[in-house]
Design a protein around this ligand. Structure first.
Ligand code: 5AD
Ligand code: SF4
Length: 455
């Protein structure tokens, strides 16, 4: 652990005067957003206030994602556009953090081609932020720290984006090496936090009034496997469920190969655990799953779904699908369509395969033209729209418990929230209800949400 107090004191002295303003933008998954909250926590400790306006920022940190090429292109576009800002305000400090910095070719490209960037900070080096900032303030043109400090063992302060929904990372990294995925290369091997620390953090959050606790990890089902004597994920769920208070527990993501009956029983038996499971399928074809190194077959996946649904026929499931994996045939794609119709997901998150250099799939030949992948994606989305519209009808006439998120952006006078089942619910109500649990009787099902009346 490195103590940053002396560095922070020095930065404050260098900054002097009125509090400087920082803009932190996080891209990608919720783990990265959670890292962004830690970056903000450290900045707040240093004395920064926050802005969303880049023209008034003294410091801009782009916390990047590398999971798909489009996410990287977007960030390079934004860094490029910041050249002007830096010219207009030479004292502006621009830092790049997150998964892109862990790929040597990206870190090199940033250093070589984007002189407006002052520092690069790796995913496991958040606690080195004060040292990097100090370099920049002293006039060092470029510094980088991409070493692995395993920040997770420290209590890094956090500025949370929401006052009622909190993310709690329980583990970092991934051991699975799915052939398309860059995550194991940029986030390293699995490291679980201590369960005592997690329980203490959740107790504190519930005490502070947080209503939704989202447990995060690339593969939460293997929580604890990396440390001797640690409890398993189902045991952790049961312990957290025992914390007194009115709150809901969610978690992301589960790997289907490890979705044991013990886990499903724990989910079903714990009253505070949401009746929703995100179980990334990726493909409905066992041959594609094999090429993806997913280590389960379509049949095995369906056994898990059938077990859940045998206990609760309405149980809400969502999934991730990759369309156009190298050499995916029409037949293999049809297997995916078949399985999503069979499972009846409430929602799917679908992505066109993106080649990530360094992964095994990047070396696989791929003869499928891009327009075929585009057509498959449209077919998949259309099929899911029909499934959602039909499947959401099961809620009509039922009362759902909803955590109110915000005023609806689409319909004035309406609020929007998420039900325990992770369904978007719209209803008329006053904004004073934001951040509270309400009961809504469902009257209408659409293909992206349901609508109802406050009870
Ligand atoms: N191309 C497209 N989608 C990907 N995902 C991960 N890697 C890739 C890739 N190379 C998707 C998977 C994963 C989700 C978080 O992102 O579906 O579950
Ligand atoms: Fe990537 Fe597979 Fe690990 Fe998920 S489980 S982060 S898809 S390697």
């Amino acid at each position: 652990m490195n103590d940053n107090s002396a560095l922070i004191c020095e930065i404050r002295t260098l900054l002097g005067g009125s509090p400087p303003k920082a803009l932190v933008r996080s891209f990608g998954c919720q783990l990265n957003v959670s890292d962004g909250e830690k970056i903000k926590g450290l900045l707040e400790k240093i004395g920064y206030t926050f802005t969303e306006n880049e023209d008034e920022a003294d410091l801009i940190i782009l916390n990047t994602c590398a999971v798909r090429e489009s996410a990287e292109d977007r960030v390079f576009g934004i860094i490029g556009s910041m050249k002007k800002l830096k010219e207009l305000k030479p004292s502006l400090i621009i830092g790049i953090s997150g998964c892109m910095t862990a790929q040597a070719h990206n870190a090199e490209k940033i250093k070589k081609s984007y002189p407006q960037v002052s520092f690069v900070m790796g995913t496991s080096a958040i606690s080195s932020l004060p040292a990097l900032l100090l370099d920049s303030l002293r006039g060092v043109k470029f510094s980088a720290d991409t070493s692995e400090y395993d920040d997770f063992s420290q209590s890094v302060p956090q500025v949370r984006d929401s006052s009622f929904k909190a993310s709690v990372p329980i583990m970092f990294g991934c051991n699975n090496f799915c052939t398309y995925c860059i995550v194991p290369y940029v986030r390293g091997r699995e490291r679980s936090r201590r369960s005592d620390d997690i329980i203490r953090e959740v107790c504190g959050l519930v005490h502070d009034g947080y209503k939704e606790i989202m447990l995060l990890g690339q593969n939460v089902n293997s929580y604890g496997n990396d440390s001797d004597g640690e409890i398993s994920f189902p045991q952790l769920l049961r312990k957290l469920n025992g914390i007194e208070g009115d709150f809901v527990i969610r978690f992301m993501s589960s790997h289907p190969k490890d979705a044991s009956r013990e886990l499903i029983d724990a989910i079903l038996e714990c009253d505070k655990v949401a009746k929703h499971l995100h179980l990334p399928l990726q493909s409905g074809s066992s041959s594609v799953l094999d090429r993806m190194n997913r280590r389960y077959t379509a049949e095995k996946y369906l056994e898990t779904v059938d077990y859940i649904r045998s206990k609760d026929p309405d149980y809400s499931l969502t999934t991730d699908i990759i369309v156009g994996f190298p050499n995916e045939t029409d037949e293999e794609f049809k297997d995916t369509l078949d399985i999503i119709r069979r499972v009846r997901y409430d929602n799917i998150y679908s992505f066109i395969y993106s080649k990530r250099s360094g992964t095994k799939a990047a070396a696989m030949a791929d003869a499928t033209p891009e327009d075929v992948k585009g057509r498959r994606m449209r077919e998949l989305l259309e099929a899911q729209r029909e499934i959602s519209a039909e499947h959401y009808k099961r809620f009509i006439g039922r009362k759902l418990r909803v955590l109110v998120d915000d005023a609806s952006k689409k319909h004035t006078g309406f609020l929007t929230g998420k039900s325990n089942e992770f369904i978007i619910v719209e209803f008329e109500g006053d904004t004073s209800l934001i951040g509270k649990f309400v009961e809504v009787e469902i009257t209408e099902a659409m293909n992206w949400a349901v609508r109802g009346k406050l009870v």
